[in-house]
Ligand binder design. Structure first.
Ligand SMILES: *Cc1c(COP(=O)(O)O)cnc(C)c1O
Length: 362
């Protein structure tokens, strides 16, 4: 096999090796079936078993209550940005947005039919933190409140979800789903594209409370209509078979090798701390972006105080098998994305490289 590098890409991101190995086997023929996972009918008993197992794994890991549906949809998180207001901001109620970074802003831009209310906006401090509870004044009659639990570009994460009273909380959890336990009961709708933490690109997981499906206007086209999609169990048309299959393998891995999201969160905290400790201990050689209380456990953006060192840093990192550390064009510098599948050893190799690079260039 080709040597695998440690891939710190923000997404599509690393997948667990065990899941890739299983997929490689099934790419030619699934045992006992004789058909590749790429060729199998979505109506076959084999695939029905796969999609049901993927859902059961998600329900188990996230302790999803019975009054929530789990959907596997297409179009990425971006399509949900538009689909959510179409389905939930009905009857004249305005949706409300808490903005802590790039993705929340993009989500709000896709609201076309109603005028969204901005509850809080982190732009005056360059999106370096999430709001405190007393900064939030959520209109009681809002259709829903939208948050981005982890802003992938700024590396800003809610340590716990804000209290939004009785207004349904809607959360883009694309870059931290399955990274830690969440209390699904606190949400009206939770969604995540798969390609950061749950699988490959091509499928988006939507977990939605039953009663919210009653809001969907009947005239919505069926591919955008949560009520129809839920009634058809995500099989209104051909679903992204391979991507759903990979979500099953990734969640199998979580259950089998990690055991629980509590344990996954413990490992993720440990990984993130290794890197934040280097930044904090570097005497200003490295600069972080987020305030300590809002720091992401998934994406660690940092700058080199001397920006002319960015190039050599990235080049020398790549030579050591540390790939995709370039920061987002809007923030600059570097970013280490350390999702579930990034092993602790990979983060330790990066930590050691950062310490050496600092020593040699200070
Ligand atoms: C990656 C990402 C998206 C975009 O997802 P697509 O599947 O490309 O539409 C949206 N929100 C967050 C928080 C992300 O990290």
């Amino acid at each position: 096999m080709e040597e695998r590098v440690y891939n710190f890409s923000p997404g599509p991101a690393m997948l667990p090796l065990a899941a890739l190995e299983e997929a490689r086997r099934d790419l030619l023929a699934m045992p006992g079936v004789g058909i590749s996972i790429l060729e199998i009918s979505h109506r076959s008993p084999t695939f029905t078993g796969i999609i049901e197992a993927a859902e059961a794994n998600l329900r188990k890991l996230l302790a999803v209550p019975d009054n929530y549906r789990v959907l596997f949809l297409q179009g990425g998180a971006l399509l949900q940005f538009a689909t959510i207001p179409m389905n939930l901001a009905t009857g004249g109620a305005k949706p409300a947005y808490i903005l802590s970074g790039t993705w929340g802003n993009k989500a709000m831009q896709e609201v076309k039919a109603a005028e969204p209310t901005v509850v809080w906006d982190g732009k005056s401090t360059n999106n370096n933190r999430v709001p405190t509870q007393d900064e939030l004044d959520v209109p009681a009659d809002a259709a829903y409140v939208h948050i981005t639990s982890n802003e992938t570009i700024q590396g800003v994460q809610f340590p716990v979800e804000p209290d939004v009273g009785n207004v349904p909380l809607v959360c883009d959890s694309s870059s931290d789903i399955l990274s830690r336990p969440v209390d699904v009961k606190k949400y009206g709708l939770l969604y995540a594209c798969a390609q950061k933490n749950a699988g490959p690109a091509g499928v988006t997981i939507v977990i939605v409370r039953d009663d919210l499906l009653e809001r969907t206007p009947a005239e919505l086209p069926s591919m955008l209509n949560y009520k129809v999609l839920a009634a058809k169990k995500s099989m209104l048309n051909t679903p992204p078979v391979f991507a759903i299959y990979m979500v099953k393998l990734v969640t199998d891995w979580l259950l089998r090798e990690i055991g629980s999201l509590e344990e996954m969160a413990r490992i993720n905290r440990q990984k993130a701390q290794l890197l934040y400790d280097v930044v904090d201990g570097s005497d200003g050689f490295y600069e972080g972006h987020a305030e300590p209380d809002s720091r992401s456990m998934m994406n660690v953006p940092f700058r080199l105080a001397d920006a002319t060192l960015d190039g050599p840093f990235l080049e020398q990192a790549a030579e050591q098998g540390l790939a995709s550390l370039k920061g987002h064009r809007s923030v600059g510098g570097c970013r280490a994305s350390i999702y579930n599948a990034m092993p602790v050893e990979g983060v330790k190799v990066l930590r050691d490289f950062m310490l050496d690079f600092c020593k040699n260039n200070k």
